[in-house]
Structure formats: C-alpha cells, structure tokens
Design a protein around this ligand. Structure first.
Ligand SMILES: [Zn+2]
Length: 378
C-alpha cells in the first residue's frame, strides 16, 4: 500500500536559491515542451507526445551550449516535467474532464519538483539529489520504503516536501456484505457542502466563510492597484496568503468530515457532478462549489479504500432531486427555488435535499448489489 505524508521543510537561504533554480529548470522544460508541441501542431498539424518526443530532447538540450545549465538539475525531475505535460494533454483530450488547453507555468505560481532516485530522509531532514540535506519538521512516524519526494514552494514562499512510502501492510479486502443502515447517500446542495440520507446537513464552517470573505476583499483591493506598481506586488502577496488560508481551512475541514463519514458507514454513495442550472450562483461560486465537492470525493475515495469500505459514484444523469424516494414518482420539472415539495402521487412531504440524498442511497444500494455485494436490512 502507498502512503503519503506532506511535511514543511526549512531550506537555508543558499538551499532556497538552489531550489529556486531546480524549480526554474522543471518549469522551463514544461513550458518549452508545451511551446514546441503547440508550434508543431499549428504549423505542421503534427501531434507530438510529451512523454516520448519531448523527453528525448532532454539529453540533446543538456549537451547544447544554450541549455547546458539543465545538467545542474535532478534529471528525474526534468523527465517528470515531461510526464506532467503529457498528463495535462490527456486531461485536455478527455471529454469527461472538461480541462482547458495546457497553460504555461508562471514563475509567480506554485512551484514543484519530483525526485524518485537517491532520495532519503531522517528524523528531521530530507535529501534529494544535488542538494545537501534540508531541515524538515516530520510530525508523524513514517514506515516503509521511501519511493519519492516532491518538493514544492507556495506562492507565499513556504517550502514543503511530500513523501511517498510503500508499506508492507496490505489494503484490507473490501467488505463483501453491508447493512442498509451502514449505507449513506450524499448530495451537494446550494447552501450546504453535503446533505446525507440520514437528514444531516453540513454547511461550510464559519471560519472557512470568513476566510473566503477576507480573500474576496483582498482581491478587490488588488484589482484597484496600478499594474506594475510596488503596491500591486504587495497586494498580490496578501491575496496569495488569504488564498492559502482558504485552501488550508477547506482541506482541514474536509479531512475531518470525510474521516467521520467513513468511520460511521460501510458504504458511501455520491453523485458525480451534474450539469446544474445554478441560476442563483455566479460562475465563480459554482466553480468553488464544484472544486470543493471534487476534493471531498477524492478524500472519501482513499479513506474508504484504506478501510476496505465502498465508495459508489453514480452517473450524473440520475434524477435524484425530481424523484419521490417513497414511491418513485418522477416530477417533470423542479426549479432550484423549490426547497420542499409534496409528492402528487403518494402525498409524502419532502425536503428537497434530503429526498435527493435518499434517492442517491437507494440507487447506490442497487449498484452495490449488481457488483455482487450482499446488502441486508435489519
Ligand atoms: Zn411519492
């Protein structure tokens, strides 16, 4: 089983500038590869493959006078830049992911660099090729074989190392039987991050909302500053810091929420994102909502797997909101403003969101059964 931990690292100023060069080389390879691929396609209609065609250019570039400085970087990190570029193109070509065309990496954004050969760690240090050991704060015990270290620097200038370990421990076998009481359906609502089929609604916590408000204020302040001015640069850093706080607050909250959901249940049913007619929300708000739902599902996915529990992702076409969970009567249409309704066929009153979560649960149980699980009701 693979296990990852992310730790803060504290490079000396000399190491920080060496790291900066390492990040710069990785970024250069990514951007140069993207430029070459875009050019080839535009001029010659030829599709190159980053993993093969661009990677092959690395040794050539290293021997050249112009790009000889690439030799100073860890070669595995440069090869990984080609792999990452390839992944960006795969996302672009996958109709399900709706990703845009790959973009150039900015030296102002988050930087990262992947190392997988000659990586080591101690109690309070990590080591990657071409750099002396970097001081690290390792907050929990690590066991297993260290497979890779990904170094990164945030926009606000903090350094981190993500360590990936392979442990002897095997993932538990998935449960073969579950109880209906142990199955939970989850839906994403307009006003809540998650609504479950037991009737619990989880809103984004107040500290996250405050952090988001603060971020918005800082963004507005930034937009008023003159381009290229020192004040704008300062405002940009404040936005980055506020953004970092939002991201960390959300991550922290989602880890706790997903841990609790997985601990309390044997199977979790979620709906993958549907194309929603979110008239009330701005595009930005919708984007944030979608992104945080995605992040929550990812956390649920690995936490259920770790415990041998199940995560079922339903297809988005499933009409969870418009179907009565009691008698399966399907309404023709229902606008977003309808928060509660009565079924014309069986007269049950529904809270819109909880009804949807119950339908998600029932649909998930059907799917678990077709996968060969025994689902019993007590
Ligand atoms: Zn009904």
């Amino acid at each position: 089983m693979l296990k990852a931990i992310k730790v803060r690292i504290y490079p000396t100023s000399e190491q920080a500038s060496l790291l900066n060069r390492q990040f710069g080389s990785v970024r250069f390879v990514y951007n140069a590869g993207l430029r070459i691929m875009s050019h080839r396609y535009r001029r010659h209609g030829e599709s190159l493959n980053a993993k093969h065609d661009i990677k092959k250019l690395l040794p050539v570039a290293k021997k050249s006078r112009q790009y000889g400085w690439l030799k100073e970087a860890d070669s595995m990190a440069l090869q990984q830049a080609c792999i990452n570029l390839d992944k960006a193109f795969q996302r672009f070509f996958d109709p399900k992911q709706k990703a845009g065309y790959p973009r150039f990496k900015s030296k102002r954004g988050r930087q990262s660099s992947y190392h997988c050969v000659n990586v080591r760690h101690g109690d309070n240090w990590i080591k990657v090729p071409k750099l002396k050991a970097i001081k690290a704060r390792i907050h929990r015990p690590m066991d297993g074989k260290l497979k890779s270290i990904t170094l990164s620097r945030t926009v606000t200038g903090k350094h981190y190392a993500a360590l990936l370990f392979e442990t002897e421990q095997e993932a538990p076998a998935p449960l073969k039987a579950v109880d209906t009481a142990g199955v939970v359906g989850l839906d994403m609502g307009l006003s809540h991050l998650a609504i479950d089929s037991n009737g619990h609604k989880t809103a984004n916590p107040r500290f996250l909302k405050q952090a988001q408000k603060n971020l918005k204020r800082k963004q507005q302040a930034l937009s008023r500053k003159q381009k290229g001015s020192a004040r704008r640069a300062k405002a940009r850093l404040l936005v980055a810091k506020a953004h970092e706080r939002v991201v960390n607050a959300r991550k922290d909250f989602q880890h706790k929420l997903s841990r609790q959901i997985v601990d309390d249940n044997q199977a979790v049913i979620v709906e993958t994102l549907k194309v929603r007619n979110m008239m009330k929300n701005t595009r930005l708000a919708r984007h944030i909502g979608d992104a945080s739902w995605h992040a929550l599902m990812a956390k649920l996915a690995y936490k259920t797997e770790e415990k041998g529990k199940h995560l079922v992702k339903l297809d988005p076409w499933f009409a969870s909101s418009k179907t009565c969970h009691a008698c399966q009567h399907k309404m023709d249409s229902m606008t977003l403003s309808v928060r509660s309704w009565a079924c014309p066929a069986c007269h049950t009153r529904h809270d819109r969101d909880i009804n949807a979560a119950l339908n998600i649960k029932h649909q998930g149980i059907l799917q678990l059964k077709t996968e060969g699980l025994s689902v019993s009701a007590h």
